[in-house]
Design a protein around this ligand. Structure first.
Ligand code: FES
Ligand code: FE2
Length: 372
């Protein structure tokens, strides 16, 4: 066996180990994840991001199309983000290999002489499907070492209920594994402790609640209901429209929580996604849209930031405890959504492994009771 072949085999074995380690990180592959805000990807800039521990380089072609490639040159691993984009082609800064930005296909290897037989067009830089939606660049993260499925679903879109509306985006990083980020997002019992604010609710207002949940594909829904009487903003909305407020909250894999509040012609719609960056870091991206004339974006952002900051501080503190791998418990009913999340995730992975249809952990509507 030649030295070169042995080296290649070692590199392949290392790549396989890398893929196995990634598979163990508890990520759900073959889904869309928001990578960066659309507004960051301008001109001929190359922007970096990381999703599911994959380093990415993103950019925009001169025609305005966004693209995402693995931020690693297939030649010798130089991050392509150190190279340059000419509007269509990304050129590596090390030996000048050139790649079509949208397909990742190698277009040119400057060092090749007329004698060389290397088929340049058979070399590809890693690249991922990419779409813009609601002000984010979404990247479809197909599992390492697997081909892209023939059809992929469209990237998620925020539901809106009128032509004119306000929209705003917030985000924050959590030093947590994706699972803790997600169950923190759906946990109803932390509200009165973590989100004590004059504008939201007081700890003393804690009371017993009963909410109905129902299964939906890849997730569950808190059935349409009137929101809690101890949340000031909902009470205000009800006063203004004079009509009841209905709230519907969905969670769907891999990481999406949506909430739709409607009262007469007024509506508010939001989506929070918790995206795994690395196994010890995730990011909440929150987008909200509404047609409530009395709610300026600036005011909403002040409150939204306080709210997110409260969650973030809590997760920073929790991460200190989780470092020591404590045993954890999930209790009924307040942690039941968390249990569903883990079951949904496990069942999806199992159905992908076996090819059998996914088993939903809920067999019908169920009422959960907790105090918050
Ligand atoms: S490392 Fe990119 S061209 Fe050599
Ligand atoms: Fe929270």
């Amino acid at each position: 066996m030649s030295e070169a072949v042995r080296t290649m085999m070692r590199i392949d074995a290392e790549a396989a180990q890398g893929a196995a380690a990634q598979a163990d990180a508890g990520f759900l592959w073959d889904f869309w994840y928001p990578a960066v805000r659309s507004t960051e990807v301008t001109g001929q800039k190359l922007v970096t991001a990381m999703l599911l521990e994959v380093p990415l380089v993103l950019g925009r072609t001169s025609e305005g199309r966004v693209f995402a490639m693995r931020d690693s040159c297939p030649h010798r691993g130089m991050p392509l983000s150190y190279g340059r984009l000419d509007g269509k082609v990304v050129e590596c800064c090390y030996h000048g290999w050139r790649f079509d930005a949208c397909s990742g296909q190698c277009m040119e290897i400057p060092s090749l002489s007329s004698q060389d037989k290397l088929k340049v067009e058979r070399i590809f830089a890693g690249h991922y499907p990419c779409e813009e939606r609601d002000g984010y660049v979404w990247v479809y993260m197909n599992a390492p070492g697997t081909p892209l499925p023939e059809t992929i679903p469209a990237a998620p879109a925020l539901t809106v209920f009128s032509d004119k509306y306000k929209i705003t985006h917030l985000s924050c990083e959590l030093p947590s594994h994706i699972d803790h980020g997600i169950i923190g997002l759906m946990d109803p019992a932390h509200g009165p402790f973590v989100h004590q604010s004059w504008f939201w609710r007081k700890r003393a207002s804690i009371h017993e609640k009963a909410k109905q949940f129902e299964p939906i594909p890849n997730g569950f829904r808190m059935s349409p209901h009137s929101p809690s009487t101890n949340s000031a903003p909902y009470q205000l909305l009800k006063k203004i429209t004079g009509e009841p407020v209905t709230t519907t909250i969905d969670f769907v894999l891999p990481n999406i929580r949506t909430e739709e509040d409607r009262s007469g012609k007024m509506w508010f719609s939001s989506r929070a996604t918790v995206t795994p960056v690395r196994r010890d870091l995730c990011r909440i991206d929150f987008v909200a849209a509404w047609n409530l004339f009395f709610l300026p974006v600036s005011i909403f952002r002040i409150f939204g930031k306080v709210f997110l900051r409260q969650d973030q501080e809590t997760m920073i503190q929790q991460a200190e405890g989780l470092k020591h791998n404590p045993r954890l418990m999930l209790i009924d009913d307040a942690d039941r959504p968390a249990k569903w999340y883990f079951a949904l995730k496990a069942n999806l992975i199992e159905s992908r492994r076996t090819g059998a249809p996914m088993v939903h952990p809920m067999d019908g509507p169920v009422t959960l009771r907790w105090r918050s």
